[in-house]
Design a protein around this ligand. Structure first.
Ligand code: NAD
Length: 382
């Protein structure tokens, strides 16, 4: 069938198989151009189908020549509904990996569950013996623990916060007020996006003897500028990220070197859902592209792997790797702040790179990728 994008708010309900494949190929080509790394050899990526997790998997496989095992939560096509983009990305990744003789298997299921942990550990024991790197890159709205379902919220803590935002449905600039989360909502957000499940994965792998002695693990975090602090860094999600940092220390104390990498703000399916952040991202893109320092997920992750394997791992005062170093440079942030203060409906096209934002947004679902014939019939059952 001919697949068109169907955008509803900050989500696209269709995905293009050939477009996703071409986008994955572009990331692989980029990593290959950067040259080989003497790094991880057997890598587990939890949250491997999109965004930072997919870029990590590609960096491991095509940068380090690693065997990779991915955990994803995606849907295949059914009837006239396309699969999710993560599904197509994963199929494309597996195809390109196989063509180069690289081991690549994927478990599609709820990474929070004991069943998926067991399935993954059995696969590691059977196929790889042990892994030497675990990437934890989940971005999920909910987590089921027994009969209880915890839902993460994107709210402030303490008091409400009002600032500019963009309505992605009609590009209208308006003010949004984000209400504070309740204690219960903060706890639920920490349950979903904090470090408990990361620790559970590392414990389970260790107990099963599925980790090499020199294994490392990395999880991703975000800090960002002051304008987003009330609803990100100091918000409910920020509480979860602080918990993730605590977990990194516990995991390290228990014998597996655990890193937190603070990554750059980028358009992904998860970040599109956060109020205020998409407007910040579209200004940031404009500023960083003008300075030549803009990166996407793949540039960020290949640079991270370069630091982890062979490069220098500089940690900040809290012990985190700062891949947001270029985003947070003083001159970048000063320009972003100036644009933010001046921005209104009349000038947002000049002050933001909204076209770049939308281009990246559509690309997440395999649309707008160079060289893809979007009028052609494609088989959505990949
Ligand atoms: P994403 O939405 O692009 O990808 C999330 C991945 O998690 C997908 O592969 C999805 O299939 C998987 N997933 C979700 N729920 C799952 C479940 N229950 N079981 C198995 N897999 C599941 O997200 P992203 O933006 O790449 O975020 C990844 C991490 O990077 C998060 O910790 C996020 O906070 C962090 N981060 C993101 C940004 C950003 O701007 N996007 C910046 C810094 C840090």
């Amino acid at each position: 069938m001919v697949v068109q994008p169907k955008v509803r708010g900050f989500i696209c309900t269709t995905a293009h198989p050939a477009g996703c494949e071409a986008a994955v190929k572009q990331q692989i080509d980029y990593v290959k151009q950067q040259g080989k790394l003497d790094g991880a050899k057997k890598v587990l990526v939890i949250g491997a189908s999109m965004g930072y997790g997919l870029a990590s998997r590609i960096s491991a496989a095509f940068g380090c020549g690693a065997a990779t095992l991915g955990v994803i939560f995606d849907k295949p096509a059914s009837g006239n509904k396309t699969a999710t983009s993560g599904w197509y990305n994963t199929k494309a990744f597996e195809k390109f990996a196989a063509a180069e003789g690289l081991y690549a298997k994927t478990v599609n299921g709820d990474a929070y569950s004991d069943e998926v942990k067991k399935e993954v550990i059995d696969l590691i024991k059977n196929d790889l013996g042990k892994v030497d790197m675990v990437v934890y890159s989940l971005a999920a709205p909910r987590r089921a623990v027994g009969d209880t379902v915890y839902k993460s919220v994107l709210k402030t803590t303490g008091s409400s916060y009002t600032n500019k935002t963009i309505d992605l449905r009609n590009n209208a600039i308006s003010e949004v007020t984000i209400e504070p989360a309740t204690e219960e909502e903060i706890e639920a957000t920490v349950k979903v996006m904090g470090g408990e499940d990361w620790e559970a994965w590392i414990d389970a792998l260790k107990v099963a003897g599925a980790l090499e002695d020199n294994a490392i693990t990395v999880a991703y975090s975000y800090i960002g500028p002051k304008i987003t602090h009330p609803m990100y860094y100091e918000g409910s999600i920020g509480e979860a990220k602080k918990d993730l940092l605590k977990s990194s220390r516990k995991i390290t104390e228990n014998g597996v070197k655990a890193y937190i990498s603070v990554n750059k703000a980028l358009v992904t399916q998860s970040s599109a859902a956060i109020p205020i952040v998409p407007l910040y991202i579209s200004i940031l893109y404009k500023v960083m592209k003008s300075k030549g320092s803009h990166e996407g997920c793949i540039e960020q992750m290949r640079r991270l792997f370069g630091k982890l394997y062979g490069g220098e791992i500089n940690l900040d005062d809290e012990g985190r790797i700062r891949m947001d170093d270029w985003e947070m440079e003083d001159d970048v942030q000063a320009e972003v702040q100036k644009a933010w203060d001046e921005l209104d409906q009349s000038n947002f096209k000049q002050l933001t790179d909204l076209d770049g934002y939308w281009k990246d947004f559509y690309a997440l679902f395999g649309f707008g990728i160079d060289g893809v014939d979007y009028d052609a019939d494609v088989d959505v059952n990949v």
